[in-house]
Design a binder for this molecule. Structure first.
Ligand code: SAM
Length: 469
């Protein structure tokens, strides 16, 4: 049990037990039970395979081979494949967003434009990027700058190449990109009742007043962004809390006040229960005593109105297309079948690769003066016509491996590389070919190293260095 021998234990707030939990028999007791551990694999980096984890069982709402519960929590930071983006440690309930997207857009997921409005640290972003695939576009936004940087790191690690990261206010999207998105995901900041098992801080901060403040803020966020969703597009609204004010009541409010239809689905996996407000179904709850997950809630609302084409948007001059020769140099680093087809220099002087759809979306974001922090794949810098590859390129799943020397390292040497250690017995120059090497572990790319004679330069970014594991 969570509280046994735990000096930091905080009891459940009495008002929560008497109100929210009282309406759901069995819920309060389950909030002192152990927390399940689950991971979602990167479909582009199928290498980590579940057998490396003890007794992995599939998450029922994942795709075959996608998501697993683990029987215990391994030290993820001691696994090089974790740092290479082979999998993401994610709450099982949160993976339901991917289930909804696949159900809604079985045939058209590959051409979707999705806004993930409250995106850091990036669990749902990486999942949506996998569902949307190379032809889809994900704009992942995080209003808090420090958290947006973590989001950029996770997007680069995942290496899907179809994501743009912004750090803007929700209303900027509503005002400057009307009707631009097919799907808007609002994974709203909330009172966090669903995290009570592992986050005692959420217990300490909870109060009925805070629930009301959260519910009002959620309505503000949703109404600010609503215009960015095209008519007939879908909003996925989610929280990690149980109370009706932030969940069902807000979903009903969105449908009635902003104009939409709350969607229902057949074949909802066992244990996930519908929420009701005024007798009307409005979303699904993940209660920890009924399903293996932390608390989660999600609903899908289709915006009323006929689908309309997006009006003319301003495009910016923030991107400069490469010259033919530079383009050829950039192209040689990329497997052209994986979606990246356009190359441009960004405002920071680095070369970026985009799918045509992402290029258009990024132009529109720049035209709307959004704070763009990352997009597509940052290939590196062109120096006198030769690309000096950047770290994100090593992690991109569509890197052209055929022209590269690959140094596959066993686990101890890979960890030494990731912590930028200097143990020559683990990282001797003999493990590398002369010149540039892509460093891998179990086939998962970790970064670059350059051997010059007997010396080997570890090009893993210092800011990403693993300090403890
Ligand atoms: N979707 C994320 C994931 O799956 O990893 C988790 C998102 S978390 C539940 C909610 C996010 O909303 C936080 O990153 C928080 O910084 C952000 N946020 C806080 N206030 C906000 C606001 N007023 N508008 C938009 N986002 C906000």
């Amino acid at each position: 049990m969570a509280q046994a021998n735990n000096r930091n234990y905080v009891p459940l707030p009495a008002a929560f037990v008497d109100t929210v939990a009282a309406a759901v028999p069995g819920l309060a007791a389950s909030l002192d039970a152990d927390v399940p551990v689950s991971v979602r694999f990167n479909p582009y980096k199928r290498c980590g395979r579940p057998e490396r984890f003890p007794a992995a069982e599939p998450v029922p709402w994942g795709e075959p081979g996608e998501a697993y519960y683990l029987s215990e929590r391994p030290v993820f930071t001691a696994d090089p494949a974790f740092h290479g983006g082979a999998y993401y440690v994610q709450e099982a309930g949160s993976m339901f967003v991917g289930w909804l997207l696949r159900r809604l857009f079985a045939d058209s997921a590959g051409s979707l434009r999705v806004l993930d409005l409250c995106a850091a640290p990036g669990g749902k972003t990486t999942h949506i990027a996998s569902v949307a695939g190379a032809g889809g576009v994900v704009v992942a936004n995080e209003v808090i700058r420090s958290r947006a940087k973590i989001l950029v790191g996770n997007v680069q690690k995942w290496g899907a190449g179809n994501v743009a990261v912004t750090s803007s206010d929700p209303k900027d999207f509503g005002e400057r990109l009307p009707g631009f998105f097919d799907v808007v995901v609002v994974d709203a900041p909330c009172s966090g009742e669903g995290m009570f098992r592992k986050d005692y801080g959420a217990r300490a901060e909870w109060s009925p007043e805070n629930v009301q403040l959260c519910a009002a803020r959620q309505r503000r966020i949703v109404s600010d962004v609503w215009d960015a969703l095209r008519p007939d597009g879908v909003m996925i609204y989610s929280t990690c809390t149980f109370n009706a004010a932030e969940d069902e009541e807000n979903v009903r409010w969105i449908a009635e006040e902003l104009g939409g239809e709350i969607l229902s689905f057949d074949g909802i996996p066992e244990g996930i229960v519908p929420g009701f407000f005024g007798g009307v179904a409005a979303g699904w709850h993940f209660y920890p005593h009924q399903v293996r997950s932390e608390g989660f809630f999600a609903a899908a609302i289709r915006k009323s109105g006929a689908a309309a084409s997006v009006g003319r948007l301003k495009t910016a001059k923030g991107l400069t297309r490469l010259s033919k020769t530079d383009w050829r140099e950039a192209e040689r680093w990329i497997d052209g079948t994986k979606g990246i087809e356009c190359f441009a220099t960004g405002g920071d002087g680095a070369v970026y690769g985009f799918s045509p759809a992402l290029y258009d979306a990024v132009s529109a974001l720049l035209g709307g003066r959004f704070g763009l922090l990352y997009s597509g794949v940052q290939l590196g810098e062109l120096i006198r016509g030769t690309l000096k590859p950047g770290h994100a390129l090593a992690l991109y799943h569509g890197l052209n491996h055929s022209a590269l020397a690959v140094a596959e390292l066993p686990v101890e040497a890979a960890m030494e590389y990731l912590r930028k250690g200097v143990s020559m017995s683990l990282l001797s120059a003999a493990s590398f070919s002369e010149g540039l090497n892509l460093v891998t572990h179990r086939g998962v790319a970790l970064g670059w190293a350059k051997r010059i004679g007997n010396r080997c330069n570890n090009l893993y970014p210092s800011s990403w260095r693993i300090l403890h594991y």
